[in-house]
Design a protein around this ligand. Structure first.
Ligand code: MTE
Ligand code: CO
Length: 441
């Protein structure tokens, strides 16, 4: 463990306000290059090498990447992350993914920042595999209690007025493995069944109005084109409110695994309702009680009865760094604690962070976000004294709802649940900077 300041900003540096006042920065750089050797032993040595009094060749020597050409503009018609970032990928948990067809993987949230999840590393959940459905073969049927049953092609959908909505999708099973105790060692695995994208699509309301909603219709079924169909019942009000029939995510076509060419976007509601490869919408006057809403996606309470229609995702947050996959490597001193918060009931009002297991809390700096149903990013600039920490975050949403502790949640819900675990997460950060998933009560 070294005890050092960040970079050279806090040590004597030749880029002082005076140096900038007395001449341009360019002139300063010319001077240092000309006298490189002499200066290198002082200000140009980065903190690590400076401790040993050695010059840093990355500063003093011309490097290979500056002595020749880089790649031409036609080398990467469609870009992928640079290979140094190869570890920032979706991952699975072997005992959860029995096969790759009915499967789940997890977003590497510990390594991301900001709020938008790139499609390439956004978690996937399929009940019968990711299907390949072309725009040409795409059809969306609206039937049931409508004046005029309709079938739309992909091109038809493109002719309706569009909206952009940034929203998180959280699988109801996110953190489900943590009900009985701390289990998976990493934010990616405990909280990574979530992603947040900017969707472009047509409000479902416009398509329903085109078909003409019969007065007696109160419920809507949405069904996918894959073998599982993932059919779910929705109250009509939600479908008329903010549900989108989406064909773009983060500006580009949906990836196959996220429902290409068209999926349902259901802001604030559990991921299972975001039907992928959307093929049919039926209107009726009662719910369909499909497999996905009877045997699955209900919460078994302590007395054995089940809660159902638990569509809205309650406020939740997690510290993504430091965390088990994102340990502290720089020693004590300035530390950026960061994470994300979200609520299906509206925007996040406040996030508190504790480093002492909840004895004292500090209000984190919440990055303003105009999209209430989006992930929200928070930061807490902390001066770490190098001792062990119990780090937690606690989200409070616009309704005043406060994210519960694990004990409190188990108090209401018992231990039989899988879905809808929105409890506060604890990371034990040790003096060596490594972190571990723990529980405190
Ligand atoms: N839609 C269809 N047609 N088939 C599916 O298997 N899985 C659901 C939902 N929509 C599913 C589906 C579940 S459980 C979740 S959490 C989300 O899609 C996952 O969306 P993603 O794969 O884009 O992350
Ligand atoms: Co899910």
């Amino acid at each position: 463990m070294t005890d050092r300041p960040i970079g050279s900003a806090r040590t004597e540096s030749p880029i002082t306000p005076d140096a900038l006042k007395n001449g341009s920065r360019r002139r300063f750089l010319t001077t240092t290059l000309a006298t490189g050797g002499a200066l290198a032993t002082t200000a140009l040595v980065p903190a690590t090498a400076r401790a040993q009094g050695e010059p840093d060749p990355l500063i003093t020597e011309v490097q290979p990447w500056a002595s020749g050409f880089g790649d031409g503009v036609d080398e990467t018609p469609y870009g992928l992350p640079i290979h140094f970032e190869d570890h920032v990928v979706r991952r699975t948990v072997s005992w959860l993914t029995a096969d790759t067809i009915s499967s789940i993987n997890f977003t590497p949230i510990h390594a991301l920042d900001g709020t938008i999840t790139p499609q390439g590393c956004a978690f996937e959940r399929h009940h019968s595999g990711a299907i390949e459905l072309s725009k040409a073969d795409y059809r969306l049927m609206i039937n049931g209690m409508v004046e005029k049953p309709l079938v739309f092609t992909y091109e038809d959908l493109e002719r309706f007025p569009r909206q952009n909505v940034t929203a998180f999708l959280e699988c109801a099973a996110n953190s489900g493995m943590e009900w009985a105790g701390a289990q998976l060692n990493g934010a990616q695995f405990t909280h990574g069944m979530i992603h947040n994208m900017e969707y472009t699509g047509v409000p479902l309301r416009l398509l329903l109005e085109e078909a003409g909603i019969k007065l007696e219709a109160t419920w809507v079924l949405a069904e996918g084109a894959d073998a599982s169909s993932n059919a779910r019942s929705f109250p009509l009000e939600k479908m008329l409110d903010d549900v989108l029939v989406a064909f773009k995510a983060n500006g580009e076509a949906l990836r196959k695994e996220h429902g290409y060419p068209v999926r349902l976007v259901v802001p604030g509601w559990e991921g299972n309702m975001w039907v992928k490869w959307l093929r049919r919408i039926e209107l009726g006057d009662q719910p369909w009680e499909t497999r996905e809403e009877t045997s699955k996606y209900t919460d078994t309470l302590a007395d054995g009865t089940s809660r159902k229609w638990t569509w809205v995702m309650d406020a939740k947050s997690v510290v993504t760094s430091p965390s088990p996959q994102a340990p502290i490597t720089h020693g004590k001193g300035p530390l950026v604690i960061t994470g994300m918060a979200w609520s299906g009931r509206g925007g996040i009002k406040r996030v508190d962070v504790t480093v002492d297991g909840g004895k004292t809390w500090k209000e984190a700096r919440l990055v303003p976000n105009a999209n209430p149903m989006s992930l929200h990013r928070f930061y807490l600039e902390h001066d770490w004294d190098g001792s062990e920490m119990l780090v937690q975050s606690r989200a409070i949403d616009e309704t005043g709802y406060v994210q519960p502790t694990k004990d409190a949640l188990r108090g209401f819900r018992g231990l039989n649940s899988i879905y809808h675990n929105n409890a506060i997460q604890t990371w034990l950060v040790k003096a060596n900077g490594e972190a571990e998933n723990v529980e405190i009560s």
